[in-house]
Design a protein around this ligand. Structure first.
Ligand code: BES
Ligand code: ZN
Length: 845
């Protein structure tokens, strides 16, 4: 068993001189790291992983005894004495293709294969690049000196500017005091665009030369304005000379906040400014804003230990919306929060066995297996949105200024943040947040009129089986009636005589107005009818909330989908993107009740036709100059619904547009390109078309076009083409491992691809484990499967295959959760199928 001590306790580094010589040809790194710090005892441990250490020496060059302890990722060194020490470690290491540590990215320009070297160190891979105390609290300054098999025209960048080049060695300015997981560098043939903020920070966007230079413009503008925004919002200047953004062709996560050199998946950074969806712009902007939020919250002030990783991530996840809302107010990005983070959190957090936001961990490898995006990001962000709504922006900013000031270049915990926000607001934020962060799950608040009294109660909400152990939350209620408490912390509350309250308020009773608190509401029939009768007065978020809460209640068996279905037509003609999104999410959840190609599915298709007809007529197939932002986002939803409905005019219209643009598919309007391609493959597909699309996929650098092609190709109904697609899964020249999950998910969602995709996963599991097994994304392949399966047969197959894998610590929790997810869906389908399908039939007759 590895020992779980923090190396920082015995040795506190203050400075590293890191020398690296990277040879791409031989895939070999040789290095020498000189470390200065304070030893509490002569016997210390320094992190290393996969390093071959040849010498440990004092500053004077005397050899020091050392032993390698791979079980603990350590080299153990005995110093001459405790106290201030400087010593060097000489080693060599492999350059591996794991997308961790120092690794190559592969890409092509005009058929010529190229490489770009980059780094990814969070959470614990800096130790694969150089020996260090690889813990967030072990902050130190770093001086990097890097040599590589350099060719003319190549560039190298890092956290800090280059100071000088001597004998082919690039020396970088010493960093500020920072954590090892934030060190980064990259080299290869790069193009870049630069600008400067009002305060003089140099901003740059870097990418391979495979991209059209204009793809760098949008991210450059967003990065510049984000830094300017945060300097103002945090009342704290950006402390480094530059902020570089770099797109890496191979990237395991989405993006990474290395201080001064943020790295991104290309699809989340570069975009074609002349043909891109508003959604894609919003995605890129929020990703950049997220990583740049971390430059302060995470980089300047870092969590003390990995158990508070949520603090970094939840906070940055909230700030991406705060920042983008300030940069692009016309986007109404907080509305998008309601259709992205909110449903993800509410769905996942309702499954018994889910983790809480804050989970104590010792071993950083363990955190990878506990790291649940829907909880740490989505629920965590929702928690902070709740705090922000409670204390307001002024107190938030004052508290943050305090927090950042007190812990700059140092570390902090969640408790430190609550203390600062508590002080700024005069509220017991820590007390309120404790009930949300340290408990899994969330409550359903039941609002009912009982014996004439308006009453509230709270109870944990579950989808599927859940053990109610009487958890309670301190719920910010945000009611429109003054009689409701601001914080509802009891099990039940009686607010007073309903008729009187209703008359005095003049509007239906509601709680969670704005949907900023993490709970759902079940109104009794009196209250719900009152709300629905006045639905036209409700804003977009309130309308979405009706659909979303009823959908969740139906998932949890607290109401029936048969009651939800008749409500859908009321929202069909909404011009709001988020109401439309919620509507088609609700409609989509009815699909699990129908067998593909059955009469019941035909009824459901007819319902989709009804729902979409008016909007298809209003909006048409092609973007118009007069489109509002909402129109642009509504159009793909309603066209997609018309295509699912097999509406003949829709199929013909898409086919016609395809025919007119056969030779320039990339230039089809990005909003509808995916639908046009998918329609073509599904209804008019030939092997030649699939080949043409796969070829285009390999050639384009446009992430949206790639995902459009992926969606289209995987929609094939031809078994031979399905087999051809699967044959590409393990060919990195077509499908990069970072993109494979998307391919797998798309094919599994296609009824005609499901069996083959599932067979592939089971047959080639060993290959998959070898390729992405060390990755945080690995368990999400199981999540994808659980998102699709809905029959007892599939449930049995799922269990047969995954039960024996439960002892893999990276998979244990996910397998348990997903077994529950499928079980509850199978039960729900069995129980509700007839009623739901009858309700749909009634709507379309
Ligand atoms: N710091 C994370 C990436 C990360 C987290 C790497 C944990 C290793 C372990 C980064 O800031 C991040 O959150 N990236 C997101 C994208 C983001 C825009 C939501 C990701 O990679 O999914
Ligand atoms: Zn993050």
């Amino acid at each position: 068993m590895p020992e779980l001590t923090h190396f920082y306790d015995a040795f506190q580094p203050s400075h590293y001189d890191v020398y690296l010589d990277v040879d791409r040809g031989t895939k070999h790194i040789s290095g020498k790291t000189t470390i200065t710090g304070t030893a509490k005892t002569p016997a210390i441990a320094i992190h290393q992983k996969y390093l071959t250490i040849t010498a440990v020496q004092t500053a004077a060059g005397a050899d020091l005894p050392f032993t390698v302890d791979d079980a603990n990722d350590a080299v153990r060194i005995t110093l001459p004495a405790a106290g201030e020490a400087t010593f060097s470690i000489t080693y060599s290491a492999p350059l591996t293709d794991t997308m961790m540590g120092i690794y190559p990215s592969y890409y092509e320009i005009n058929g010529e294969k190229k490489q770009l070297i980059g780094t990814q160190f969070e959470t614990n891979a800096a130790r694969q690049a150089f020996p260090c105390v690889d813990e967030p609290e072990a902050k130190a300054t770093f001086s990097l000196a890097i040599k590589y098999d350099e060719k003319p025209g190549e560039t190298i960048i890092s956290n800090m500017p280059e100071e000088r080049v001597e004998n082919g060695v690039h020396y970088f300015q010493q960093t500020v005091r920072m954590a090892s997981y934030l060190v980064a560098f990259a080299f290869g043939e790069l193009q870049s665009k630069m600008t400067t903020t009002k305060s003089g920070v140099k901003i740059g966007v870097f990418a391979t030369k495979a991209h059209n230079p204009n793809e760098l413009d949008f991210p450059l503008d967003i990065a510049k304005r984000s830094i300017e925004f945060y300097e103002d919002f945090y009342h704290t200047p950006y402390p480094l000379p530059h902020s570089w953004q770099l797109g890496l062709p191979d990237f395991s996560a989405g993006a990474m906040e290395n201080w001064g050199l943020v790295t991104y998946r290309e699809a989340y950074l570069t975009l074609d400014p002349d043909n891109t969806t508003l959604e894609m712009k919003q995605l890129v902007a929020t990703v950049i804003a997220h990583e740049l939020a971390h430059q302060w919250f995470g980089d300047l002030v870092t969590m003390k230990w990995w158990d508070d990783l949520w603090l970094n991530e939840s906070f940055a996840n909230m700030m991406e919306y705060v920042a983008v809302d300030a940069l692009q107010p016309d986007w109404h990005i907080w509305e998008t929060f309601q259709t992205s983070e909110v449903p993800a959190a509410l769905q996942r957090d309702a499954t018994d066995g889910v983790q809480s936001v804050h989970v104590p961990v010792e071993n950083p490898a363990e955190i990878d297996s506990l790291f649940d995006g829907a909880i740490v990001y989505a629920k965590g962000a929702r928690m902070l949105v709740m705090v922000r709504a409670l204390i307001g922006d002024d107190a938030l900013r004052a508290g943050l200024k305090d927090y950042l000031g007190a812990h700059s270049y140092g570390n902090a915990t969640g408790a430190d943040l609550w203390a600062a926000l508590g002080k700024a607001s005069g509220m017991d934020i820590g007390g309120i947040m404790h009930s949300w962060l340290d408990q899994p799950g969330y409550p359903v608040v039941t609002a009912a009129v009982k014996d004439g009294q308006l009453t509230l109660s709270q109870q944990q909400f579950f989808i599927g089986e859940g053990k109610d152990i009487g958890r309670q939350w301190q719920i910010p209620l945000n009611s429109n009636y003054d009689a409701a408490p601001a914080i509802f912390s009891e099990k039940t509350a009686t607010l007073g005589d309903y008729q009187q309250l209703r008359a005095a308020a003049g509007e239906p009773f509601r709680v969670n107005v704005g949907n900023n608190s993490h709970f759902i509401v079940q109104y009794d029939s009196t209250l719900l009818k009152d709300i629905l009768d006045h639905a036209a007065d409700l804003d977009n978020i309130a309308q979405l909330q009706i659909l979303q809460d009823l959908g969740l209640l139906a998932e949890g068996g607290k109401t029936s989908y048969a009651n939800l279905a008749p409500l859908l037509p009321r929202f069909a003609d909404s011009h709001s993107a988020i109401v439309t999104t919620a509507l088609y999410r609700a409609a989509g959840s009815l699909r699990k009740f129908v067998t593909p190609d059955s009469p019941e599915e035909n009824n459901l298709r007819a319902l989709y036709d009804q729902l979409s007809a008016g909007q298809v007529t209003r909006l048409g197939w092609l973007p118009q100059a007069s489109d509002t932002n909402d129109d642009q986002m509504v159009r793909p939803y309603v066209l997609s619904a018309a295509l699912y409905a097999k509406n003949p005019q829709a199929i013909a219209a898409a086919h016609e547009i395809f025919n007119q643009n056969q030779d320039k598919l990339a230039s089809l309007p990005a909003d509808v390109r995916g639908l046009i391609l998918t329609n073509e493959v599904r209804n008019f597909g030939t092997p030649a078309l699939i080949d043409q699309l796969l070829q285009a996929y390999r050639q384009t650098t446009d992430g949206s076009f790639k995902s459009n092609i992926r969606a289209a190709v995987t929609a094939t109904t031809d078994p031979a083409e399905v087999a051809k697609i699967i044959a590409q899964f393990e060919d990195a020249d077509t499908v990069k491992p970072q993109d494979l999950r998307g391919w797998f998910a798309n094919l599994l969602h296609n009824h005609r691809g499901e069996q083959a995709a599932w067979d592939w996963l089971r047959n080639d599991w060993a290959w998959l484990a070898k390729t992405v097994g060390g990755d945080m994304e690995f368990p999400t392949y199981i999540t994808v499967v659980a998102g699709v399966f809905r029959t007892p047969e599939r449930l049995a197959e799922f269990k047969t295959f995954f039960d024996p894998k439960r002892d893999n610590p990276a998979l244990t929790r996910e397998i348990a959760m997903d077994t529950k997810v499928i079980e509850s869906r199978v039960k729900l389908v069995e129980a509700e199928q007839d009623a739901v399908n009858a309700a749909v039939a009634k709507l379309v007759k």
